[in-house]
Design a protein around this ligand. Sequence first.
Ligand SMILES: *Cc1c(COP(=O)(O)O)cnc(C)c1O
Length: 372
Amino acid sequence: MASSPRKIPFFEYPRLYLDEKKEIMSIFDEISSRGAFILQKDVTEFEENLSKYTGANYAIGVGNATDGLEIAWMALKIKPGDEIICCSHTMLATASAIKIAGGSPIPVELGYDNLIDPKAVEDAITSNTVGIMPTQLNGRTCNMEEIMQIADKYKLFVVEDAAQALGSKFKGKHAGTFGNASAISFYPAKVLGCFGDGGGLLTNEYDLFDKMYQLHDHGRDKNGEQKSWGRNSRLDNIQAAIINYKLKKYDLVIERRRQVAKIYNDLLEDVKELKLPPSPDSDSNHFDVYQNYEIEAENRNELKKHLNSAGIGTLIQWGGKGIHQWENLGLGKCLPKVENFFDKCIMLPMNIFISDEDIFYICEQIKIFYSN
Ligand SMILES: *Cc1c(COP(=O)(O)O)cnc(C)c1O
């Protein structure tokens, strides 16, 4: 086959650095020259910035979002036998945070927008249920009104896996600010990525903040006083400084991602073999930041091959399985909607590195595939 005219990788990690080399180098230089590596003013500023940006009362920088979610459940003191309901269409990290903190993850079905189905949550409640853990997936916030109503009715904790959802909103309120606590990820390929692992924990409740703070810093409280047993999961000061820098122009990043999604939706809406994610302007209740642009496609594996030979990178995420489908992990049951979804899902390139012309080319290639 002739070599393809374009190369559009799914994600280009080096560009996180190369596109802003001067600014990033000056951050490294400034922090390192100060010797400011652990819990310095940059982390404090990050925590203030994140709390101001999302509207959460408290924010804590942590090593990564998975640690953050685990710390949240530990602070809520879940114990063996406690059941926490999550969606099977999520990263395994959602369930492992529950498991490692001592509880039992109970995976349920997805709804019309591929996020957790509130009806399935209510149906899964038993006398052992203590919490709900919705994932704000692909940069979209669940219908948190319905989730919080269920939580209030049955007196359940809510910890949001908002790893993918910084800046995403439901009815004007930020992902990560609805439940008792939430975690956001700054993994490099996330909407806001740092230069390694990084995460943020959010809560509106002072007592929970105090407990989570201790858990993340050897049992010490905000004033450095030894209060309890803890672990170490702090956000590196250098990562905090990079996130502070990137937050300043974060709204532009979101705007561009929404634009990319809109172009995809407009160009692909007539392709009957595809099911597209909701368009950015389809529903005024949701403000999506498009961590991913994930479609469902007929003949998915062949489409992936076709796009690959046309130079276009795509991704079938998480090993192509819902979390209940990892039989060796023992969450096994039958969730047909999730299983059907994983037979069809594929992610198209979604990032600020691709141009409008790249998107035109990708959509053209998809149309060529289905017209044959
Ligand atoms: C990325 C991700 C996580 C884990 O975040 P880390 O910072 O890598 O620990 C958890 N849940 C979801 C839905 C994610 O996409």
